[in-house]
Ligand binder design. Structure first.
Ligand code: PGA
Length: 251
């Protein structure tokens, strides 16, 4: 049985003081989620990780939005796994489309980061998804299939057990043009079949999220899809009321 997962991606939003305020207000919500057997979390900027970790319930998943695969060295502007671990962070979003678009995050780079995270017993949330041009060209499965295969190259079934995959069509992120539930189910099912081909029956344990213009009004429809185990939510996760709305609608 896969537990439902609701993860907010704050991107480059919120001062640490605002993140702290959110974390404090989120405590009753996290308790509600726990009581209902739902995993819930947020991914703040690096600078707000500590504020959220220290002020939210210990059941709140606190994820970083990126990490470098090496432990230390001359990589200006980067943050490593031991640096996150020192703050008790063990979840990291990898390969978000904004990082693929603006920071040249390739499938190979994602693969190196995912391997480094897994070997440190951390949980990667690996994002995949096609652009509008690829979608319109009927290339979604080809693109997403390659992202899954290349991003998870040389890993074993045992290693990917705790991995989370997020299907986020690039054309639906922050645009209000969310994919239909039929598309979300079709592609999440396709991802599970690729995972099955690569890793066997562990594919049934891996959680697959949908992301892209998820709001309190449509979250339930996505989570009713058989292969959609949760949501990765940007804009609608920023305000506590809307974050609460997301949760209340899937309880
Ligand atoms: P959005 O972002 O919910 O604002 O569309 C989703 C994401 O980028 O993870």
């Amino acid at each position: 049985m896969r537990r439902k997962l609701l993860l907010g991606n704050w991107k480059m939003n919120k001062l640490a003081s605002e993140a702290k305020e959110f974390a404090i207000s989120s405590k009753p919500l996290v308790q509600k989620a726990k009581d209902a057997g739902i995993d819930i979390g947020v991914a703040p900027t690096y600078l707000s990780l500590q504020a959220v970790k220290e002020n939210a319930s210990s059941d709140m998943i606190v994820a970083a939005q990126n990490v470098h695969q090496l432990v230390s060295g001359a990589y200006t502007g980067e943050v490593s796994i031991p640096m996150l671990k020192e703050f008790g962070i063990d979840w990291v979003i990898i390969g978000h489309s904004e990082r693929r678009t603006y920071d040249n995050e390739t499938n190979a780079k994602c693969n190196a980061k995912i391997k480094a995270l897994i070997s440190n017993n951390m949980v990667p949330v690996y994002c995949v998804g096609e652009t509008l041009v690829e979608f319109e060209g009927g290339l979604t499965k080809e693109i997403v299939g390659t992202q899954v295969r290349d991003g998870l190259k040389d890993l074993t079934a045992e290693e990917v057990k705790n991995l989370v995959v997020a299907y986020e069509p690039v054309w639906s992120i922050g645009t209000g043009k969310n994919a239909s539930t039929e598309i979300a189910q079709d592609i999440c099912h396709f991802i599970r079949e690729v995972l099955r081909e690569l890793f066997g029956e562990v594919a049934d344990e891996i959680r697959i999220l949908y992301g892209g213009s998820v709001k309190p009004e449509n979250v339930k429809a996505y989570l009713s899809c058989e292969d959609v185990d949760g949501a990765l939510v940007g804009g609608a996760s920023l305000k506590i009321d809307s974050y609460e709305g997301l949760l209340l609608n899937i309880l």
